[in-house]
Design a protein around this ligand. Sequence first.
Ligand code: GLA
Length: 730
Amino acid sequence: MKRILFTIILISAALVSMAQVRVTTPNLELVLRAEKGSGLQVQHFGGRLSDTDLENLSAAGVPNHNAYPPYGFWCPSEASLAVTHADGNMSTVLKVEGVSQEEDDGAQITRIRLKDTVYPFYVTVCYRAYQDVDMIETWTEIENLEKKPVVLTRFDSGYLPIRRGDVWVSHLYGTWANEGRVVQERIEPGMMTIKNKDGIRNSHTDHAEVMFSLDGKPQENAGRVIGAALCYSGNYELRIDTRDTDWHQFYAGINPDNSAYTLAPKEIFVTPELALTYSDEGLSGASRNFHRWARNHKLAHGNELRKILLNSWEGVYFDINEPGMDQMMADIASMGGELFVMDDGWFGEKYPRLTDNCALGDWKVDRNKLPNGIGWLVEQADRHGISFGIWIEPEMTNSVSELYEKHPDWVIKAPERDALQGRGGTQLVLDLSNPAVQDYVFGIVDGIMTENPRIDYIKWDANMSLVNHGSQYLPKDRQSHLYIEYHRGFAAVCDRIRAKYPDVTIQACASGGGRANYGVLPWFDEFWVSDNTDALQRIHMQWGTSYFFPAIAMASHISAVPNHTVFRTTSLKYRIDVAMSGRLGMEIQPKNMTDEEKELCRKAIADYKTIRPVVQLGDIYRLVSPYDGHNMASMMYCSQDKSQAVFYWWKTETLYDDHLPRVKMAGLDPSGIYRIHELNRIDNEPLPYEGLAFTGKFLMENGLEIPLKHKVDYHKQNDWSSRVLHLVAE
Ligand code: GLA
């Protein structure tokens, strides 16, 4: 990688009395005041400033807040950092020592080194400002040059003051099978905390990403929005403190709960990145910034189209066998799919994995189910002209497993106590703080890939939380490092896997959507949004998830009805139309489908291939929210050059004499002329505007009427209605 050092500015008191540091992307600017010997202060975060504005910025009114407030400087305030120094002093006072700016691989890196006024204790506040996308990442490097260890009891990644007014926060919450629900609330005085303490996965419940709408109630396509995403795979804490000042104070970082960290002399503690963006085009504008940044920088293979797959889980669960797998491969191939993924249930010798209560860790094929091994399956996939993928859960074991019999010391458990066990009554988490366990986990992937180099896809699952606190590897006085060391170990393993297997596609699954976070995505190509594949609930979950994550990363599968989680029966057309708004796949037993259903899927897969670049690489415009009570939802993707778009419309409730809004489109070229073609059509008659053309201006000002019902034969009528329109500019 070419590194060009273009500026190094070392600020000395003699040089300037007040130094403004500009951290900029094409449309985004963070301004700091970094005067040597003074505290580092934030002056502006938002759109780009002109030289004139910059010159007069202070007079206009700036927060003048410490950019990384340590505890002990002004104790009643919340802090980003709390340190007990080697001599027991619990206060820290940080002053600017120097600033450097350099270019690194297309990004501007700013590093501001702060030093405690008394102790040889340093914090470098770092910013990476991308030059191709509007995102600034901030993190800190905390360095102990004291003679003895210090203890960190808080270690945020970043801090941002947000001017009060009518500021609303949008964030995600949920649980297993209900991930990514949107909640939007006005920020009122008091402390709001968004946190996770799962230990292993971190996005089933709250999410480590938020958006702040600065101009009142959040709007999708208007208003100023600040977006923030903590890029971490473990426990986090985001705090919004609103007190007797004009500013909301936003703090984000690793959750310090039960995680006091002893920092040895000369050790540097690097916090995860907090990514910050800003848009004046509403929530969807901030989402587009997140998505572009993800595809270009934070998602494995972020700009490569994903294959259309069939996953075996909801189709056969643990009932894996050779003829069954071969049949599923033949079926997905015949529908135009490109990949088959064999899920849980294929392994276990001494303890065959017939259900979820054994064998994790024993990654040897169950020869009773698959006498010819994985190699045979890969060959069959090849014969069908598709690729092959496999499920593993490498961080876990069961107390009923050969691995546990051999290495009981590898599991996480409290000293002197029996471990609480998870799924199946026997599941346990392996201790990734232990380098021997890291080698073992790397070896699982390495072994499978060495034996079967043509495996194209790995579904990496993680179905347990850290419910026991205790490492059998870490020393007694470092037990509070477990949460952090686990994720360092996880990162080290992922680095090794990616160094050796850069091309394999890896899905992050964690009992569904437990690992939708930018801590893991640099190593993973996508995540499983939820174990709940019900199309109606998926509209809500995928809507929320799309705030921060691009469609290319959101695995979205067509499944059977009644749905296996909510037992709702939706039409196949509706399930297809929802799944086609993400990374399309299937999670069904094709053997149980009628020829007509297979034909509908075959056509949908063919159509998806034509729109795949627009969906997976395009810009999102959310139009009508399923949360707004309009009994419908609508969104669209536009290709970056605006030459194509895909418009989705889903009815979410059916009431007689209902009057749904006419949806105005967005993101089109106003002067472009777009021809309309309906995909996945089931109606006996085409839509009145099928094959006709309209200007982008007309479509964005007026939209098109969408009939509430499908015109199908009487016996085929049901209460589900949805449309997918493909718009192509002439
Ligand atoms: C988890 C995943 C599912 C499936 C099962 C297999 O629940 O979320 O998709 O892989 O494990 O046991």
